[in-house]
Design a protein around this ligand. Structure first.
Ligand code: 13P
Ligand code: SF4
Length: 303
């Protein structure tokens, strides 16, 4: 605790010296969410990165999120606490594979989940997050949509649109692990609880949800629901904000495996160090960034 207090003070001081802002995804460790200037899901964090007037952005999340911040704020320095924090789902699609699929479906527009590399984004028409996926798919002017990379979220979105969605075979290792059996066991143990679930989970698990939504959607639902107890089908870092919003409600994570190891790679020590050394920094080649930015900015304009 003493070491953490010193680290926090050091971070606060460095933040002032650098005119930096610390952005943290809701899946980060509590200690990081606690010191962040702004917490959010991937949509809110992208929006914040695009509009902040800080000189330096410390992005506490995974690599594609830092990249998106850099693309949206090309003149700012974007630091990440650890370069190894990647997203296995984002790594499931690459440019060559996507180009081949585009060739097979020349009339389709390409919608990319923000969980993709800058290079992949540069080959797409528009980005989305789980918070705006349905609206984004509905917004494109084609009847066919190539959807990368999350087949589970894609399957969910397909239920709300008449467009034909061509799904890439990617998935989130963390959310995809949750099973129908896990949920049934939790329901038996907590019969009064509502089950809230992220659409990155498997379709048969999503179907069981009393509420289905993005991180922000789940937070809002749990805060406003008269129910006092919830079984949570998303990453366990969300517990920080859920408990902060509703200290008297109970939150039971559906399994102890709902942990994204990449999100947990960051810690206070690494945040202090990156502010001190100004590294690692995110770099995106300008020609890639320009094309990827068009996709991200189109998403930010969807109402
Ligand atoms: P959201 O932040 O859009 O809810 O996405 C969840 C996720 O898995 C981020 O990596
Ligand atoms: Fe990627 Fe899943 Fe981790 Fe999000 S929770 S960063 S989608 S692996």
């Amino acid at each position: 605790a003493e070491q953490n207090r010193e680290l926090k003070e050091r971070i606060l001081q460095l933040k002032k010296e650098r005119n930096a802002i610390i952005l943290a995804h809701y899946y980060q460790r509590d200690e990081i969410q606690d010191i962040a200037d702004f917490r959010g899901d991937s949509f809110l964090l992208a929006q914040k990165a695009a509009t902040t007037d800080a000189d330096v952005i410390v992005f506490c999340g995974v690599h594609f999120m830092g990249e998106s911040a850099k693309i949206l704020a090309p003149n700012k320095m974007v630091l990440i606490p650890d370069e190894r924090a990647g997203c296995p789902m984002a790594d499931m699609v690459n440019v060559d594979g996507l180009r081949a699929l585009k060739k097979k479906h020349p009339n389709a527009k390409v919608v990319a989940y923000i969980n993709t590399s800058a290079e992949v984004k540069s080959e797409t028409d528009i980005c989305c997050t789980s918070a705006n996926a349905i609206k984004v798919v509905e917004s494109v002017d084609s009847d066919e949509v190539i959807w990368v990379p999350d087949k589970n979220l894609g399957d969910y979105v397909q239920k709300f649109t008449k467009k034909k969605m061509i799904l890439w075979e990617g998935y989130c290792n963390t959310h995809d692990m949750l099973t129908v059996k896990d949920v049934a066991e939790m329901r038996a143990q907590y019969p009064n609880a509502e089950f809230v679930v992220h659409p990155e989970c498997r379709p048969e698990v999503v179907k069981l949800g009393d509420f289905v939504g993005s991180t922000t959607g789940i937070l809002k639902y749990c805060k406003e629901s008269p129910c006092q107890e919830f079984i949570v089908g998303t990453e366990d870092g969300t517990g920080f904000q859920l408990r902060q919003d509703s200290p008297n409600k109970q939150f039971h994570f559906a399994t102890k495996y709902l942990v994204c190891p990449n999100m947990k790679v960051n810690n206070l020590k690494k945040v202090a160090k990156c502010l001190e050394t100004l590294s690692p920094q995110i770099y995106v080649p300008p020609h890639v960034a320009d094309q990827a930015r068009a996709s991200l900015e189109r998403m930010l304009l969807v109402k």
